[in-house]
Each structure stands twice: as C-alpha cells, then as structure tokens.
Design a protein around this ligand. Structure first.
Ligand code: OXD
Ligand code: MN
Length: 529
C-alpha cells in the first residue's frame, strides 16, 4: 500500500484514506451508508448515476498531441482538446478528489491475454463506481496486486463535480470526458454514468492495439465444442448479446474483444447488460446474474419488497446490470479463443428487405463492416413509427480512434489469413414494410446461427440477390425455405423493389464518406440496386 500511496502522490492525489481493491461486501456497505445504495431482493446493489443515465459522446475530447495527432480520425467522434485544457480539467478533478474523506483505488487489467493486457487504475469517490470497475476489469489475484507496479492507464473519476465550460471553448458543457493517450489518462467530470469508464478503457485499447498489429472489435464472441470461435457484431437491439448466449457454446465475452496473431481475447472481466424489460423466461442467464456482487444502475425497485420492476423505465430506458463474467453459467475462462471461424454481422432491418442470411465475400464483409447498419425497431410492429436506418462504422464508430478503414483492413487481412467465413444476418423485419410485415421470430435467427456454426451454409447452393449482390442460401436447416428470399414474402413485389432500392441508396449515401479510403473494390462490393 505504501508503494500505491507514493504512486498516488506522484499523480497529485493526497487524500489520507484510500481503499485499494476492497471486496464487494465492503463496497456494498459504503454505498448503502454514503450514496443511497440499496440491496435488491436478489442481492444486487441498486444505485443511481444521477442526471446522466447514458454516455455523453458529445462531451468526449481527445488531446491533440503531435505524437498521436496524425493517427486519429478527427471529427464528430474524436473531438480535439489542447494539452493545457486537458491539464486544467485534470487538476480540477484531482483537486476535487482531494477534498474527499475517502477514495477507492481499483487496479485491474484490460485484456485476458497477459501478452497484451494493459494495467488500469481507477481512482474514484463512489463505491458503486469501484464495484463497477471491479466487475468490468479482468480481476487481478492478490499475488498480481502485490506486483502490479505502475499502471499504464489511470482514470480519474470526479463525475460528481462539474466541468467548467468557461475554461475553454473546447469544453462544451458541465460534462467533460477527456483522454490523453500520451499521458495514459482519462478524466471524467460532470457525469456519474459508469459506462464512461468502460468505454474510456475501450477507446484507449482502440488506439493502442492497432499499433501492435492487434485488432480491437466491438463484438461478442463464443466458442463451440470443437474450439470453433465466432465473432458477432451488431448495433443495439440487433442480437449481439442475446445470440452470443447460446447453451451449446461457451461465452468468451459479450462486448469487446481483440484479435491477435494467436487468436482472440476478451478485453473485459464482466458484462454490462441492458436490463430494461429483462425477464427470466427470455434472458435467464442475465436474469440469474443479477445477484450479490452485481451493480444494478438506475433500476426502479419497490421500497418495501426490494423487488425490481424491469418494465419501469421511468428513470431511464438504459437500465444496466454490471456483473463479473463468472456469473454467466457457460462463460469460458480464461476468456480467450483461437482464430475465429465465423464472423457474423447482425443487421436489424426493419424495412424487411435484407435476407435473413447472406454469405459474404471478403470484400462484402469489409463493406458491411464499415457500414455497420441497423434500424430502429421501436414501434415497428405496430407500424406507428417510420423506422430510421442507422449506420455506425465498424459497429461501434463512437469508440474508434483510427479511421474506420484501418480496422476494416485489419479484419479483412485476418479473415483471409485464417480462412474465416463472413455472414450478414437480418434479425429484423420480414414480409413487408413496417406495419405490414412482422419481425423474424428469434428461433429462426437462432436456427440460422446454428446452421452457420454447423457448416451447413458454407457451400450450399445460393442465389445472388439482384439489389445487394449478396449470396443468399437456398436452404437453411430449421428455417422455412420461402423465408430466405425476402421478396417472395412481400404481397407486392414492386413495393419490395422500391423499398430495396431506397435502402441501397441509404447505404451508398452513408458509405460515400469512406469510399476514397476504402478503395474501389470495397465500394463495388456494396449494394447494386
Ligand atoms: C455499451 C455500448 O454500453 O456499446 O456497451 O454502448
Ligand atoms: Mn458496447
């Protein structure tokens, strides 16, 4: 502890009382005593993140430093802050933290592969934040902690204290989340949403790993009985988490992975599951994981019975549960795997245009990976809301640091080298536009994923879709064949063509900003219609 104390002092942290990696039970006690934490009927720690109940991407800033500036994809995702302003924010956070009676210091790793893992230190005042990072980082053993040494990356979480927009025009509000790659530091002011820390680590990984020839990815991963690994990409609600949880396969991780020369590793030691409308019937693994040790953020519970009402989104739709990976029954430890055999890109296409499954060429895989397409399904079944297409490069644009094509090229190169197959799976609409069509039942999507894993679609006969140029398998075990070709399910084939062309146009429009960097071959692999 003396070594840690000295290290903290060298960072400017002079608080007399610090607790380093305290056990969850102690963090429960402090959270209940000092920050209105409560224990739910199943033993989780119910907490509130205050005003901010989601990430604040518009308040994220990256230090523009001559050493890294040329590497960074500057723009809407990565906005600049100068070093002096970063240092002012850092000092503000440190000064505030120094006014506290007690701080938590949580040390852990990002990455299950000891060859590539980075050492993270989180300094925070809230017990719930400490428990969150305890759950989300790869937990060091007591022996690891004894020789932990200097961290590679330090997070100063002063989220209860606001940023000061008067300091500089680059601070746009009272929330400021700043990263300096050179200093290996993340400063959080004005938001207590715990996910900022998780994604702050992921952003750092997204910067560092490509420099070592390692590909970071926003995806889930699982492994079959023969050691065959699949990566599953998809934006919110498209099935990335639900479909990675598969009784017949081991879960490597549900959100963030890296692909190295040896295979893949999970970056995290836990999950941060969306829990609104959670039910024991539909998501038994996640439901069962919400017990002692789990942080339940912004959920509503009954004061008397402490039963959580997962349907109550009055605090936020973004109710989250953070728990260690070992709370999931078939999680794999250590959370690493071999080179992936299958890359599955989920798109939740509410327009009912994309086929339930398509086999992708490497160029198409790159195109659809860079596109990162989905639609907003809300209200779709009722037909009350016109869905909107949504694109997020590499299925996680908000966390990219280099230009998207850098990650896409690395993915394509690895897929080629290791013979991975790629698939586009539509988990969305079927048989007509929103309002007239229906959502593809999840059991059919599960059957598609099972067929991919069984190799049943690798070489089966397929027809080429005229609009998208995708190879659509003619048969898939467990799925009625007429469902595989979407146009056949529309009562009006011309209406299908119109809708398909509209979607092709949206793809092209979105891809235009990447096509110079991506090159002609990739652009031409996109929709034709
Ligand atoms: C997350 C996200 O919280 O992707 O994991 O937004
Ligand atoms: Mn995520």
């Amino acid at each position: 502890m003396l070594e840690t104390k000295k290290q903290l002092e060298s960072l400017g942290i002079t608080v007399r009382r610090t607790l380093r990696n305290p056990p969850p039970a102690q963090l429960y006690e402090y959270s209940i005593l000092h920050e209105h934490g409560a224990v739910t009927a199943t033993g989780a720690l119910a907490t509130s993140s205050g005003e901010k109940t989601g990430r604040s991407p518009r308040d994220k800033r990256i230090v523009a430093h001559p050493q890294s500036s040329g590497d960074i994809w500057w723009g809407e995702v990565n906005m600049k802050i100068d070093e002096d302003t970063f240092m002012l924010n850092r000092q503000r956070a440190v000064d505030y933290l120094n006014t506290r009676d007690l701080l938590y210091v949580i040390d852990g790793y990002a990455g299950w592969d000891p060859k590539y893992r980075i050492k993270i230190r989180v300094i925070c005042e809230r017990a719930y934040h400490a428990l969150f990072v305890h759950n989300m980082l790869v937990r060091p053993s007591m022996a690891d902690l004894a020789v932990f040494g200097e961290p590679d990356y330090v997070i100063y979480n002063a989220g209860k204290f606001p940023a000061d927009p008067e300091i500089s025009p680059s601070i746009g509000s009272r929330t400021s989340v700043n990263i300096s790659f050179e200093r290996g530091e993340l400063v959080i002011l004005g938001t207590q949403y715990a996910g900022e820390m998780k994604k702050g680590v992921f952003t750092m990984i997204n910067y560092l790993m490509p420099r070592q020839g390692v590909l970071p990815m926003h995806c889930s991963a699982n492994e079959g009985a023969r050691g065959d690994v699949s990566l599953l990409f998809g934006l919110s609600e498209s099935g990335k988490t639900a479909l990675a949880t598969d009784r017949t396969r081991m879960l490597i991780g549900d959100d963030e992975h890296c692909w190295t020369g040896d295979g893949i590793f999970n970056i995290e030691g836990g999950c941060y599951a969306k829990s609104v409308h959670l039910s024991a019937d539909h998501q038994p693994e996640i439901y069962g994981a919400i017990r002692f040790g789990t942080v339940l953020e912004n959920a509503v519970y009954d004061d008397r019975t402490r039963q959580v009402d997962y349907r109550d989104a009055s605090l936020t739709e973004n109710i989250r549960a953070s728990y260690p990976l070992e709370f999931i029954p078939n999680a794999k430890f250590p959370s690493v795997g071999g080179h992936p055999k299958h890359i599955i890109l989920f798109a939740c296409d509410a327009f009912g245009v994309l086929p339930p499954v398509s086999r992708l060429t490497p160029a198409q895989a790159t195109y659809y990976f860079i596109s990162g397409y989905t639609t907003n399904m809300e209200g779709m079944e009722a037909g009350s809301v016109e869905p909107l297409p949504y694109f997020s490069a590499c299925f996680g644009a908000e966390f990219l640091v280099w230009h998207p094509t850098r990650y896409a090229e690395m993915l394509a190169e690895r897929m080629r080298r290791h013979g991975a197959r790629a698939w586009l799976v539509n988990t969305g609409g079927l048989g007509g536009p929103p309002g007239t069509g229906r959502r593809l039942p999840i059991e059919y999507t599960r059957a598609v994923v099972d067929a991919i894993h069984a190799g049943a679609l690798d070489d089966c006969p397929a027809a080429v879709d005229p609009n998208f140029g995708l190879e659509v398998p003619a048969a898939c075990p467990g799925v009625p064949p007429e469902l595989l070709a979407p146009k056949q399910n529309w009562p009006d084939p011309e209406a299908y063509d119109r809708e398909a062309k509209r979607l092709c146009e949206w793809f092209r429009k979105h891809f235009a900003k990447y096509e110079v960097a991506a090159g002609r071959e990739i652009r031409d692999a996109g929709p034709r219609g």
